[in-house]
Design a protein around this ligand. Sequence first.
Ligand SMILES: NC(=O)c1ccc[n+]([C@@H]2O[C@H](COP(=O)([O-])OP(=O)(O)OC[C@H]3O[C@@H](n4cnc5c(N)ncnc54)[C@H](O)[C@@H]3O)[C@@H](O)[C@H]2O)c1
Length: 392
Amino acid sequence: MYKIRTYNSLAAKGLQRFTSGQYQVGPGTSNADAVMLRSQKLHDEVLDESVIAVARAGAGVNNIPVADYAKRGIVVFNTPGANANAVKELVAAALLLGSRDIFGGMSYVQTLGDIQDSTQMHKLLEANKKRFAGSEIAGLTLGVVGLGAIGAMVANMALELGMKVVGYDPAISIESAWRLSSRVEKMNSLQALAGVADFITLHVPAIPPTLGLINEDILARCKPGTRLLNFARDEIVDLPAVIASLDSGHLGAYISDFPQPQLLGRKNALLLPHIGASTTEAEENCAMMAADQLMGFLENGNIRNSVNYPDTQMARNGGFRITFCNANVPKVLGNTLTVLADHDLNVIDMVNLSRGDFAYSIIDVENEPGADVMNAINATEHVIRARLLPPA
Ligand SMILES: NC(=O)c1ccc[n+]([C@@H]2O[C@H](COP(=O)([O-])OP(=O)(O)OC[C@H]3O[C@@H](n4cnc5c(N)ncnc54)[C@H](O)[C@@H]3O)[C@@H](O)[C@H]2O)c1
C-alpha cells in the first residue's frame, strides 16, 4: 500500500488514477510516500521523512524547494504540456478575433436593446454589418515563436485551418520536432520570421534571453498590419515598443492573455484575463499526468518529467529492481555494482543518468537482494537514497 498526501483541490479524474487497494490518498495521510499538490507552498512545510516524491499538477514549481529536495533524494515532478491543448484552442480564438471584428460586431448588437421590432433590427444590422467585415485566415502566414508543447500544437492546428506556417525555435526538443508537421517551414531567425508573417504567436518561456524578445527592431521588421498574439508571458514583449507600433498603425493588433493598464481602452488591443489554461480538461490533464508519474516512480522507479532528477526509465523485465539517487560524483555506480558483485547478484539491465549535481540509477537483478545488500548500498558514500522494488 502506497500513501499519497494531497494538498489543494485536485481534479477527481487525477486522484481516481490511483488504483484502490494499492493506494491510500487524501489530505490527512500521514507517513506518506509521496505528495501531490497544486499551489501549496512547501517551503514552510515539514514533510514526513517517508516522502520520496512530490508531484505538482501544473508547470511552475516555485512553490516547491526543488534544490533542497534533490539533496534529500526527493524527486520532484511537474506536468509540462498538460495544458497545451487549452492554450492552443484559445490561440485559435485569438486568430479569428484578430482577423474579423467579432468583438466589435457583438458589442454593436448589444447596443440595439431599444429596438423591439425584428424587421427594423434586421434592416439596421444589414446596413451596418460592413463595419465589421474582415479577412479570412486561410492563406495567411502564421509565425510561431517557440515550438514546444504549445507552439507545436498551434502550428499544426493553423495548418489545418488553411494557414501557411513558419516557425522559429533554436532549441527545439526531439519530441517537439517529432510532433511538428513537416509542412511547418523552419525559419533561421526571429527577424526572418517577422518579415513574412501576417500573425505572430509567442510560445516561449519567460527566461532572461526571451525578456523583451519582441522589441522595436523586430516590430519594425514586421509586415504592416501584422497581428501579434501573446499567450506566453507579458515580459516577452517590450510593451512601450508594442504601444508605439500600435499607435503608428504598423502593428495591426496586439492580442494578449496578459493585460497591462497602458493597453486598456484601445481598439487594437484585445485582452483576456490570463485564461489560457483555464479549462476543466487542462486541470484534469495536469492531475492525471501527476498521478501517473507518481505511480510510475513508486511502483517501477521510473522518472518522467522531473525538475530535479534526470528523466530515467527502464522497462520491467521480471527482475528485482534497485533504484538510487546519489550526488553526481565519480565511483558511486562502480561502488554500488561492487556491492552487488560481492553478494553474487547478477545484473540483468541497468541505466544511470545524471542531471547537474545529482544522478539516478535503475539496476535490475535476477535474485532478490537481502536487507544487507540494501543497507550496504544505502551506506555507500554519496548515495542519498536507495529503494528495492519487487518484480512487476
Ligand atoms: N496563457 C497561459 O495561461 C499559459 C498557459 C501555459 C503556458 N503558458 C506559457 O507558454 C509558454 C510555453 O509553454 P510550453 O508548454 O509550450 O513550453 P515548452 O517548454 O514545451 O516550449 C517552449 C519552447 O520555447 C523554445 N524557446 C526558448 N527560447 C526561445 C527563443 N529565444 N526563441 C524561440 N524559441 C525559444 C524552447 O526551445 C521550447 O521548445 C510557457 O513558458 C508559459 O509561460 C501560458
